[in-house]
Design a protein around this ligand. Sequence first.
Ligand code: PEP
Length: 251
Amino acid sequence: DGTGKFVVGGNWKCNGTIDSIDKLCASLNSGKITADVEVICAPPMVYIDRVQSKLKAPYQIAAQNCWVSKGGAFTGEVSAEMLKDANIPWVILGHSERRSLCGETNEFVGLKTKYALDTGVKVVACIGESLAQREAGDTLNVCFAQLKAIVDCVTEKDWENIIIAYEPVWAIGTGKVATPDQAQEVHAGVRKWMNENVSADVASKVRIQYGGSVNAGNCDELATKPDIDGFLVGGASLDGEAFVKICNSAA
Ligand code: PEP
């Protein structure tokens, strides 16, 4: 399994108000993170600065997206340079919602990943198959194609700053969590593919998060699987108590 700390991300997506976000920060700060875990919260861009000033250690901050190249005439976008300048250490890239709703291709996600890393922003890179792809038996091939587009853009050394998030699309926001065995099977397949296509060293070290309807009730069992090195959490990350419980599933 991936070396390094168990790592849990909270993807707040396009949710919240100043009031709800202040309450969430207070709840997170009052929760006890007892596990030896890295925790990364990804608020909506408008609230990032506010959340960054409120959340205490060990919480780190991520953006949910950034632009593919240097900033400039790209209305509505946020550049990796801006994230770096604002001391945002992480960015989530290739989330399935951006792939499916905003038309981000595998190649575009690969280029974004490289640009963010070159700018000094670490990346949570999301991959995962749709229900139709799973039912057609294409799960691993879809994940490998998404990974290959990233591998083609980055160097072996870049993998020190990339977390892979395996998020089956059919499990995201649906309440249909992958079983621990289903998740483990893909995580092990991804690690084997990394061994064959990047290096044994990277394959053994890269952390692979599972994402898709993780909650306070199912996290402990998922966390026992050898190749599950953390979680990326959507819905349950908006509930401070539930999220802290998920973070502590590593203990
Ligand atoms: C996500 O979108 O990253 C996610 C995992 O969502 P949820 O936990 O709500 O399924």
